[in-house]
Structure formats: C-alpha cells, structure tokens
Design a protein around this ligand. Structure first.
Ligand code: MN
Length: 247
C-alpha cells in the first residue's frame, strides 16, 4: 500500500495581489506533489480547516505529513517577537492548521518532513524562534535568497555525524539550493540542528531523540527542485516515504 502523505498548500486569504487576488485561493507548486507521487506515495493536498474534529479525521487518514514552503512568513509573535522588518505574513488559516497538525504528528510520532517554511513552522511549533531577516540580522551571511533558478545549487551545508540526515544521505557535506530570507534562530528544545551552512545559518533540524520520533526532519532548502536529478536529494523523500510506509 502506498503511504498517504498529507501536503499542506499555501493560501491567499484574499489580501494578496498575486495567486487569485481578492478571491481566497489555495495554491501549491506541483513539484511537491510530483515528488511524493513519483517516488511511491499518495499525496493528498490538505484543506486548511480550523475545525479540530475535521483536523483529527484528516490526520487519522495520513501516514505522513509534509509541510511545504511559503512565500509569506510566520508572524513573529508566535515566537515571542515583534515584527522587526517588512515582510508579508502568512494567512492565519494556514499557520493555525499547520501548527495544529504538527502537534498531532509530534504526539503520535507520525513521520513529518518540513521543507523551507515547513521547517521553520516545525521549529516554532516546538518552541524555537527564527531569524526574521537574514540580510538585516546576519549581515555577514551568504546570499540565501539566491538569484538563480531554484534548480541550481547555491551553497554547501555541513551535515552532523550520526544524525538522521547523515544516515539518509550518507554525506557529510551537501550542495543545496537556497530560497529563503529567514532561518532557524533558537532551535526548539526537543530538536537539534543537523546541517549548517558555512556562515552558520541552520539548514536542517530533526528530533533530538530519534527513538521517540524516528522521522522528524526539516530542511531549509528545496529538495523538490532537485530530486529528479540528484539521488542524494531524492533520498530525503524516499526515506520519508519508507518511514510513512512502516507507520
Ligand atoms: Mn540557505
């Protein structure tokens, strides 16, 4: 049986000029769905319901949860800060749903894979914080909002020995793409940083205790742009799907 993977879409509540304008609109890049489908899972794009009963029924139907990237960012008050820079804030509908689903995945040790903004949501859900703007707060950092296409490698990351990420990729160094202006600042207490860019920016987080949660992984880059040509980045989805299949 193919594992059923819930995929969170992005949402324009009607306050954005793009993606539907004033009309409330869901949107999601096909690459996320394609990665799950072509690598042996059944992707299900999730409705962002705020009804806890429906959330629970949805959650119970899943073998794994994949949190996708987002243009707009989480409201900094979620990690106890005022918004210090100008950036668009994610619709409440999306982050409320994602935080609620993350809590369920943590409680049941359900395989969870967070990509880019999805990794940031995971960290914030568990009590961590974010760098609100890398360019402003870490002026010596690399350019993490790479100008080239997202299919191109932008920088390297160092992978922590014995981490889940190292076990999956069998690498101590990875080339990654980079399309983010925020990053993990304080790592949540139950998580650990397992990939770091040369400038110190955290690029992956995972469960500190893998016995408690065997597959809980967030990456700051976008493997959905790389999986077709890179076996290493393909491995991330494959390992996630294996974990979801085992249930
Ligand atoms: Mn980066």
């Amino acid at each position: 049986m193919k594992p059923v993977i819930g995929v969170t879409p992005d949402f324009n509540a009607g306050d954005r000029k793009d993606r539907g304008g004033r009309e409330p609109t869901y949107f999601l890049r096909d690459r996320y769905v394609r990665a799950i489908e072509t690598l042996g899972g059944l992707p299900v794009i999730l409705p962002l319901t705020d009804d806890p009963v429906l959330q629970q029924r949805l959650f119970d139907s899943l073998d794994g949860l994949m949190l996708t990237g987002s243009g707009p960012d989480l409201p900094p008050r979620l990690y106890g800060e005022a918004q210090r820079y100008k950036f668009r804030v994610m619709s409440r509908k999306r982050y409320a749903f994602e935080l609620a689903m993350i809590a369920r995945a943590i409680k049941t040790a359900t395989p969870l894979f967070g990509i880019c903004g999805g990794m940031q949501a995971l960290n914030v859900a568990l009590g961590g914080s974010l760098v609100q703007d890398i360019g402003a707060q870490l002026p010596k950092a690399l350019q993490h909002r790479a100008p080239g296409p997202a299919t191109a490698y932008a920088h390297a990351v160092r992978v922590m020995p014995k981490s889940l990420l190292q076990r999956i990729t069998r690498q101590t160094r990875l080339s990654v793409n980079s399309s983010h202006h925020q990053s993990v600042k304080a790592v949540a207490p139950s998580l650990v940083a397992t990939a770091v860019a040369p400038d110190g920016v955290i690029e992956a987080i995972e469960a500190a205790d893998r016995r408690r949660h065997p597959f809980l992984l967030g990456v700051q880059w976008h493997p959905e742009y790389l999986f077709e040509r890179s076996p290493v980045h393909r491995c991330l989805f494959q390992a996630f799907l294996r974990a979801a299949r085992r249930g």
